[in-house]
Design a protein around this ligand. Structure first.
Ligand SMILES: NC(=O)c1ccc[n+]([C@@H]2O[C@H](COP(=O)([O-])OP(=O)(O)OC[C@H]3O[C@@H](n4cnc5c(N)ncnc54)[C@H](O)[C@@H]3O)[C@@H](O)[C@H]2O)c1
Length: 249
């Protein structure tokens, strides 16, 4: 497979290494600030002959990059976070799942298989906790100091899972609190520190005990391998896909 890589920072570098290890080529690297990049900005012409684009740049350029991929007819695996308000617009650009779309587009807040198992574990725990209202719920995430957005995309997915499965919780607060937290709220905090830090914890707390469920990544490899495997999976497919489709496929 010939891959074009958008963003050659922490993730982009590991994605390239893993893609090459799996026998793919990475002839196009777009990044405005990386010395190894082949271009500073994506355009349609540079996607000629490319099978799939993998994006680990920043949230700002996601929509523009998607439009360019569509114009070039090249599938896109979206790993960048921080663009969530725009997912309906993205769906409209890409088109329906299962062959209805013009290009294949797959995004995930987290391409790590471990984190996706973690989502399922948290979902099962939330369903249980829903039955026992003596348990309160909270969340926290820590990421490296260079991450530019907060909360993490993974935290956003966890928040959604908790709200969907615990009926007495109807809102999430991500900011610092200068008031009592309401019983219907979940407080989800973000901490930034260190150079290689990716951790999420969900806590269930009663007067008698506390259950915490934590996922901690040791490096970026799990995310990058998941993204390259997703790129292999999406070849030949058209429409808007999420990680669940890839995992089930
Ligand atoms: N989905 C996942 O599994 C997953 C995992 C880790 C990180 N991420 C996300 O991936 C993104 C990148 O993470 P990172 O840790 O590599 O960040 P990073 O800051 O180390 O690297 C980002 C790179 O993108 C470049 N860039 C910025 N704008 C660009 C543009 N318009 N076109 C091309 N390149 C551009 C920057 O110059 C930088 O080199 C972030 O949004 C992060 O949240 C997602």
């Amino acid at each position: 497979m010939k891959i074009a890589l958008l963003g050659f920072g922490g993730m982009g570098k590991v994605v390239r290494t893993i893609a090459l290890e799996r026998g793919h080529e990475v002839p196009v690297i777009v990044d405005p600030s990386a010395a190894e990049a082949t271009a500073k900005k994506l355009d349609v012409l540079m996607l000629k002959g490319i099978d799939v684009v993998i994006d680990f740049s920043g949230g700002d350029a996601v929509m523009e990059n998607l439009k360019i991929c569509k114009e070039a007819g090249v599938n896109l695996v979206e790993g960048a976070t921080g663009w969530y308000g725009k997912s309906d617009e993205m769906k409209k650009i890409v088109g329906a799942k299962d062959g209805g779309g013009e290009i294949g587009f797959l995004w995930s807040s987290n391409f790590s298989i471990g984190v996706n198992m973690y989502f399922k574990i948290v979902e099962a725990a939330a369903k249980l906790v829903n039955k026992f209202d003596e348990y309160d719920v909270w969340g926290t995430e820590i990421h490296h100091c260079n991450k530019v957005d907060s909360p993490s995309g993974t935290a956003k997915t966890l928040e959604k899972i908790l709200l969907e499965n615990i009926e007495r919780k109807t809102a999430v607060v991500e900011d610092k609190l200068d008031r009592k937290r309401e019983m219907n709220e979940i407080h989800f905090s973000s901490v930034r520190g260190g150079l290689v830090n990716f951790g999420h914890t969900i806590g269930f707390d009663s007067a008698a005990d506390r259950i915490t469920i934590t996922h901690e990544a040791r490096c970026r490899d799990g995310y990058a391998l998941g993204a390259v495997k997703a790129a292999e999976w999406i070849v030949g497919k058209k429409g808007y896909f999420e990680m669940e489709d890839f995992l089930n496929g």
